[in-house]
Design a protein around this ligand. Structure first.
Ligand SMILES: Nc1nc2c(ncn2[C@@H]2O[C@H](COP(=O)(O)OP(=O)(O)OP(=O)(O)O)[C@@H](O)[C@H]2O)c(=O)[nH]1
Ligand SMILES: [Zn+2]
Length: 244
């Protein structure tokens, strides 16, 4: 496969955004009305999955080799020669595997036979995602909570939902909202909360080089919009309410 395998007249580079937008939203976007076109979806083109994973890996490998060559790295070196393929496999199979809906985890639901009617909180879920502006890691914790509307979810599925949406180029705000949205759909309830506290390596290891700061985002809906419910959640996850 040649490096120009993705020349600009291929569908790969010419498709339209695949963000589930309505016609109105697309029109609004074209007219520059960012608010009307708001979408939780990761901006993907309609042809995002026309190429299979093996072909994507081959193409990324070639392009990444070119990047390394431009940087003057010796690709005959035994330590470097496998890097283009390693990076390509990492992008498709690991770091950005959550772009592909085929990798979306199933959600195992159970009847709430015991009528548990308090909030359930799973805290300190590991978040490893990637800044979509710099393609470097964002590392942190997610805390998710919901109040059952009749179903309860297998606990590990909460981690898997967080992981799935994390394995994309992200901004923390969108990641937070995508997780909350998925929980609402899976659990058929509006009573959902998601809090993420994360360090952005693009802030800590380059640019402004601030190693101390972290970023907190939250999504509260349904009963979690009520102050008492929110405060109860914050007590459980031991986040100082003064910082929220
Ligand atoms: N809102 C938001 N911004 C982010 C996130 N991750 C990274 N950023 C910011 O995205 C911005 C990109 O700004 P640019 O000015 O185009 O990039 P840059 O020149 O590399 O900026 P510096 O990081 O300030 O050196 C930076 O301010 C990042 O800190 C995120 O999850 N949410
Ligand atoms: Zn960044």
């Amino acid at each position: 496969m040649k490096l120009n395998g993705t020349s600009s007249n291929t569908p790969l580079l010419n498709g339209k955004h695949h963000n589930g937008s309505s016609v109105d939203a697309v029109l609004a976007e074209e007219m520059g009305d960012a608010h009307a076109a708001a979408s939780l979806e990761t901006p993907l083109r309609d042809d995002a999955f026309d190429l299979d994973d093996d072909l994507k890996i081959d193409l990324i490998e070639e392009h990444f080799r070119e990047i390394m060559q431009i940087m003057g790295l010796d690709l005959t070196d035994d330590s470097l020669k496998g890097t283009p393929r390693r990076v390509a496999k990492m992008y498709i199979k690991e770091a950005f595997s959550g772009l592909n809906p085929a990798n979306k985890p199933g959600t195992t639901l159970f009847d709430n036979k015991y009528q548990y009617n308090q909030m359930l909180v799973e805290k300190d879920i590991t978040v490893h995602t990637y800044c979509e502006h710099h393609f470097v890691p964002i590392i942190g914790k997610a805390h998710v909570a919901y109040i059952s509307s009749g179903k309860v979810i297998g606990l590990s599925k909460l981690n898997r939902i967080v992981q799935y949406f994390s394995k994309r180029p992200q901004v923390q705000e969108r990641l937070t909202m995508q997780i909350a949205d998925e929980l609402k759909k899976a659990l058929d309830t509006e009573d959902v909360a998601v809090i993420i506290d994360a360090k952005h390596l693009c802030v800590s290891t380059r640019g402004v080089n601030d190693t101390a700061s972290s970023t907190i985002t939250s999504a509260y809906s349904g009963k979690f919009e009520e102050e008492a419910t929110r405060q109860e959640l914050l007590r459980y996850i031991s986040v100082s309410t003064a910082t929220i």
